[in-house]
Design a protein. Sequence first.
Length: 394
Amino acid sequence: MRTTIVPALLAIALSVAPASAQPQASPRFWPSVQKICDQTAATKPSSLAKKIAQTALDEHYRFGGHQIDSDGRLFRFGLVESEQEEEASGPQATLGHLGWWQVLKYWRALYGTNPKVAARLRVWGYEEASASHNEDRDGAPDKDRAPLHDEATKADLTKVSVADLIRLGAQTNDRDAIEVLREAAFRSAIVDNPWSAAFVSYVVKTAALGGGPNPSEIQSFARSRFPFSAAHRDYILAAFKTSLADAPAGKASGKDGHLYRACPVYATEPRIGDMLCYHRERQLKDASDSTVRNIILDDAQAGRFETSISHNHCDVVVHVDREARKVYVVGGNVQQSVTVKKLRLRRDMKLAENKSGCGDWTLPPPSASVPVGPSVRDNCSLNEKKWFVLLQMR
């Protein structure tokens, strides 16, 4: 989810004031899309939708991830990307109980073999950050921890590839040491690289194509059905383009073969296999969900290959409890785990506002000179997100 925002769109598309500057869709577009979304929501999920939901759910259990209740409270803390399941005083964990090894599996589903993954992933570094004399004793945050760079060429060396680290480590003749260095490089990269979209790609690829389709099958599926990607915005934009293809006729036209279409998130009933998506764009923190959708719609109408809304996340709908009016969603890299969230639904079975008050939180504030991390300033519910679109399985 760390991707570059298109500069030209920051001044236009991401501007939310004044209201007249907001992007505007055709008055008939979203009602036309909503009609199609409602028709599909009234049907039973396809066999592929069921497979996608079950694959995501199985991966949550296999990972042993976190669980968040409908009040947005973390009530079960599971395995995370950088740890192992066993206690420190107990036996060493097996591969399946290593968080980083599980995440590497998702990257392999996206890029291929470990050498190909190593060539794609990067490890971040900061100048002298590990030196003991470089501690910030005065409380000033990161005052002298600049990203690594080459003074002579001014080249940014902040992100070093895992493959480069492995080649450096291979200079020793100790085979065990080489393996430890290889694993350390992968563990560092898994911590440094957001993997939530890789998780979604793994889930869809596993459910749709199984364990070992040939490369041509994968490429064909990615072109026509679902763009496997390390960035959520790629398949989100593809879903908006599908909605554009469907909307003029007011029905699924068949002109676009993509698995998902984009539907208004608070007006469409979720089914298993669908995805619920939110954004983290600071410039849009006060924008409505419809404003965000229209920004991406503008990108889709312009035929762009990527959208300006780059800080996104999507969870897979794995279960709908109609009696309790709750929907369960699973996402990767949520609090550094494969996490399931239980979200509230309204009486009409559409997504409700998932908020929780902070009135019972009476912890005193920090000292005036102490900087406050961004997560501490968040709301009191882990379910209170900037939800803006439901990706509906067609």
